[in-house]
Design a protein around this ligand. Structure first.
Ligand code: NAD
Ligand code: MG
Length: 396
């Protein structure tokens, strides 16, 4: 029996993870759950699953949850704030930590789990992008195991040689190919992008996901963040990681070898496959996902992404190549711009424009410790808010 701490339990990945865990009650015991402020969902989860601890990032939501659980005679202990999230991420008895908080808010608890030497199932790519070297050092010194849940990286992990966790030297890997659907605006006329709405941006053709990552998929910043994520996870420079548009989302990503072999993992667009793979690795367990019928696949198409249509992809490559603090700034600027777009304050094309401005205004040297990373993140957010306000003014 393995204990699990699930960070971001009320979200899209959180819900998929619970679906897989509940199929295997003889293997997994849920020890801790976290969420931001959704009290009703968290109360229902606590009453059903009886974790030892539930942490809410928002203090007043935590107080409300505690009252509800007392009324329901549920014994789960309620914790609050960042300290509560960190305590949940490092709770005794949870050797597996699922990192499924969205955005920079996931960094401190995920980093704490790395330092505590847990098996981390990483969905929260922003945490790794903003703190790459520090995070990977924490994994190494904490003796943690970092397994990718992001479908592309999970696919690549499945296509790498069994000895990969000791490094890619001598493995014959030439390059990694990340597939991207191209999102809902893959064929939208460029001149109409200025008027697309948040709901249109969140209507992903193949995957159902939280709103932030859905917008990231529409701009392809998601793929840009994934390039940086892949650099750290697999220890390769950005030059050896390519992006291929694949509208069907059936091939989840590929690994090209020196001998000409191209290995791919195929599956349905259902995150439970990657979650189940990382939970049980190196074993395989049932995920609740129907098998893919090869005869019904039809056409699988692959194409080069257009950097004119997807300037965020180019910005992310620039940040990946520059390294240092640039990925931290990129991530912060993107989070601010996406929030402004989702609030209706910023037109869609201004997301990329505001990120580019912020990259130009922020220092790009590497922040060496966690305080310096958080300070750079905060500085980038201030510049990004200014850039968004200016660009929103232009559009009005
Ligand atoms: P979501 O918005 O559905 O859920 C986010 C979760 O994080 C919720 O439980 C929410 O309560 C919590 N949260 C939000 N803000 C918080 C804060 N300030 N402090 C603490 N907790 C907070 O998002 P999602 O789609 O599940 O994505 C989660 C992460 O997984 C993201 O990093 C995303 O990029 C990554 N991811 C998601 C998918 C997917 O299919 N949804 C696929 C690959 C990677
Ligand atoms: Mg992905």
């Amino acid at each position: 029996m393995k204990g699990v701490a699930l960070l971001g339990a009320t979200g899209s990945i959180g819900t998929s993870t619970l679906d897989v865990l509940e199929r295997h009650p003889e293997r997994y015991q849920i020890e801790a759950l976290t969420a931001n402020r959704d009290v009703a969902s968290m109360a229902a989860l606590c009453i059903r699953l009886r974790p030892r601890v539930a942490a809410m990032a928002d203090a007043s939501a935590a107080a409300e949850l505690a009252r509800e659980l007392v009324a329901a005679q549920c014994p789960t202990e309620v914790l609050a704030g960042v300290d509560g999230l960190v305590a949940a991420a490092t709770i005794d008895g949870a050797e597996i930590v699922v990192a499924a908080i969205v955005g920079a808010a996931g960094l401190l608890p995920t980093l704490a789990a790395a330092r505590a030497g847990r098996r981390i199932l990483l969905a929260n790519k922003e945490a790794l992008v903003m703190s790459g070297r520090l995070f990977m050092d924490a994994v190494a010194t904490g003796g943690a195991e970092l397994l990718p849940v992001d479908s592309e990286h999970n696919a690549i992990f499945q296509c790498l040689p069994a000895g990969f966790p000791r490094g890619l030297d001598g493995s014959g890997v030439r390059q990694l190919l990340l597939t991207a659907s191209g999102g809902p605006f893959r064929d939208t006329p460029l001149e109409t992008l200025a008027t697309v709405t948040p709901d249109q941006a969140c209507a992903h053709p193949n995957w159902v996901m939280g709103r932030k990552i859905s917008v990231d998929s529409a701009t392809m910043m998601n793929k840009g963040l994934e390039v940086i994520e892949a650099c750290w996870l697999f220890g390769l420079p950005a030059e050896r990681i390519e992006v291929v548009i694949h509208p069907q989302s059936t091939v989840h990503s590929m690994v090209q070898y020196a001998d000409g072999s191209l290995l791919a993992e195929l599956g349905r667009p259902d995150m439970r496959t990657a979650i189940a793979h990382a939970l049980a690795w190196p074993e395989r367990i049932e995920a609740g996902v129907a098998p893919l019928d090869a005869r019904s696949l039809g056409r699988l198409e692959f194409a080069e992404p257009s950097l004119e249509r997807f300037p965020c992809l180019e910005l992310a490559y620039r940040a990946a190549r520059a390294g240092g603090g640039m990925p931290t700034v990129l991530n912060a600027a993107n989070e601010v711009a996406v929030a402004a777009f989702l609030d209706g304050r910023l037109p869609f094309p201004a997301i990329a424009a505001s990120i580019e401005e912020t990259l130009a205004r922020c220092p790009s040297n590497e922040a060496g410790d966690i305080d310096a990373i958080l300070a750079l993140d905060a500085e980038a957010r201030r510049h990004a808010e200014e850039a968004c306000a200016r660009l929103a003014g232009h559009a009005a």
